[in-house]
Design a protein around this ligand. Sequence first.
Ligand code: ADP
Ligand code: MG
Ligand code: MG
Length: 248
Amino acid sequence: MSDLELRALRKSFGSADIIRGVDLAVPAGERHAVIGPNGAGKSTLFNLISGAFPPTSGEVMLGGERISGRPPYEINRRGLSRSFQVTNIFHNMSVYENLRCAVLWSLGYRYTLWRSAAALKDAAERSREVLHLIGLDHARETPAGLLSYADQRALEIGVTIAGGARVILLDEPTAGMSRAETDRAVDLIRRVTEGRTLLIVEHDMGVVFGLADRISVLVYGEVIATGTPAEIRGDPRVREAYLGEEAA
Ligand code: ADP
Ligand code: MG
Ligand code: MG
């Protein structure tokens, strides 16, 4: 069964049709990249999936359950978590507190659990685990806003997975990074998405072709091709519409 499925998804803003009938099925455990030119609607697609706003028509299914129309916090608690194109962390909180907050938040409506000693101990342990996973043990008490850009992005990935979501959406996680920073980010993404379902938007074709099991190409709100990296690379329609620019 598909972990994440988009069915005839459409989104218009006023008279602008931005997402124009997208069908996409991502099986559990797949790493799926969405590529396409600027303004194609990639971030809008993520906003529709994560519940930032409802689709004009069509459906988003998570683990066979319809989630479109539900608010973001509910979708998050059903097991889907995302990062943003513009880094979204609490700058005035420490690295550790950012993670702990994400873990506690995932307990959600079981709010009273926050006060149980056992739950707080579990949350602390999980936060330390993620801190270690993202390689920021040394920066535990550093205000997140003082981290380097690459470390802020690593923290954001940590926050995204800290609550235990099984479907992860990452929006341009390596944009603006050096080669070395990109390599580190890819290694982190690979480790934290092991056994999870990943939908990733990326412009760096080295990252996309190295990481993705399958790729969908979005152009002006339509998926013009879905396939393995080899299929996408060899598809003349894709070359013409997009890839020529970035991965020749
Ligand atoms: P991408 O992430 O592929 O670069 P976006 O999804 O950010 O593209 O944007 C696709 C198009 O949708 C752009 O033309 C953008 O201006 C438009 N758009 C995105 N969000 C809104 C919104 N809330 N209201 C109006 N237009 C929007
Ligand atoms: Mg863009
Ligand atoms: Mg975008």
